[in-house]
Design a protein around this ligand. Structure first.
Ligand code: ATP
Ligand code: LTN
Length: 334
């Protein structure tokens, strides 16, 4: 039987990914790549929706791809590519934008949050149409499942609506995808501010564990993580957000259940517990970081891998796009 198709992606918005991206996305992707025909993109066109330095964007794109591979996304098994290498993405996005309502796009909460943060004058039209490009990413590959965080659920809903609308207007063209929402329990918070989500593009780096940082830097950040005065290693998001966050990290990385960890550290101080978390994180990151650094040291080989995968992706995407162009009535070029 043919494997169902899976699509996901991440923006190259930082020099290094952080542990939330690893636990919340990469570990899951790695686990899914055997059971699905999986496509993973570095969505550089999406990154352009906020100002980027051109040289840095190029570098971040390579680095993000290297970290996908370092984390175990295998470029021979999964189709791991850079979004801008497949020109069908912006082409389909244009077509989809013509069937997206202005009000419909305006209801996207991520756009509302970001535009109110940046102000109307610095908010680009690209930021407004961001979800339409995301819909194009997904629909080009006749995707069945889209693993994403809770914050992207609304964008996948829009994608489904657009697929259904297009199919009913122009005939069956797109598979209607389903979101697979990553468990909220896999959400990682900032070590210094454990009630806000950890982010790779955070202004303050002291609470963020970067995959590519030196092991000693990450160990230090964990030893300095904000906790509380109660002194017991116990999961309680409301009262003990710092300790709970460290418990989630240790549990996700070791695969052990939180109660078993609580038992192990009963009657022991936070120092011991933090040491165990630091050791687990450093050991987990080491091979990921080494592999990513190795790939980054040979950009020609990395670019070659990405080109092979872009060709694989383009073959699928172009077929969908040609069908779409026909359906909407664009004249074929002979
Ligand atoms: P940015 O700062 O650029 O918004 P980010 O680190 O918040 O980046 P995204 O690029 O928005 O991350 O998300 C990439 C993937 O990582 C998504 O699947 C998202 O759900 C997951 N992810 C991001 N941050 C976390 C987190 N703190 N905990 C768990 N998963 C996360
Ligand atoms: N918007 C997503 C990244 C993204 C994506 C996609 C995820 C772009 N295109 C297609 C899944 C499928 C984010 O910010 N995490």
């Amino acid at each position: 039987m043919e494997k169902a198709r899976l699509y996901s992606g991440m923006q190259p918005s930082a020099d290094s990914l952080q542990i939330g991206n690893y636990i919340g996305a990469l570990m899951q992707w790695r686990g899914l790549q055997d059971s699905y025909d999986a496509y993973f993109s570095v969505v550089d066109l999406h990154a352009l929706t906020v100002p980027q330095d051109p040289a840095e964007l190029r570098e971040k794109t390579r680095r993000t791809a290297a970290q996908y591979i370092g984390a175990g996304i295998e470029p021979t098994r999964s189709t791991l590519y850079v979004q801008s290498h497949v020109s069908a993405h912006p082409e389909l996005a244009w077509i989809l934008s013509t069937i997206t309502g202005f009000g419909e796009a305006g209801r996207m909460t991520q756009f509302k949050d970001k535009s109110s943060r940046y102000g109307a004058d610095t908010t680009s039209v690209g930021l407004f149409t961001y979800p339409v490009l995301m819909a194009a990413d997904i629909l080009l590959y006749q995707t069945d499942v889209v693993p994403v965080g809770e914050d992207q659920k609304q964008h996948v809903e829009l994608t489904r609506d657009l697929a259904e609308r297009f199919n009913s207007r122009f005939g069956e063209t797109f598979r209607v995808p389903n979101a697979v929402i990553q468990q909220d329990t896999a959400r990682i918070y900032d070590l210094q501010n454990p009630t806000s989500k950890m982010s790779k593009s955070s202004d303050n780096q002291s609470g963020v564990l970067y995959l590519l940082d030196e092991p000693s830097v990450n160990a230090k950040k964990i030893m300095r993580a904000v906790t509380d005065n109660d002194g017991t290693v116990r999961f309680d998001r409301a009262e003990k957000p710092g300790v709970s966050n460290l418990l989630v990290i240790l549990s996700a990385i070791t695969g052990r259940q939180i109660p078993a960890i609580e038992d192990e550290f009963a009657g022991r101080g936070y120092g011991d517990f933090k040491k165990a978390v630091a050791e687990a994180v450093v050991n987990e990151f080491e091979p990921v970081r080494n592999k990513a650094l190795e790939l980054m040291a040979d950009p020609a080989e990395l670019d070659r891998l990405l080109a092979v995968n872009a060709d694989k992706a383009a073959a699928v995407a172009n077929e969908t796009l040609a069908n779409v162009y026909d359906r909407v009535g664009l004249l074929r070029r002979r």
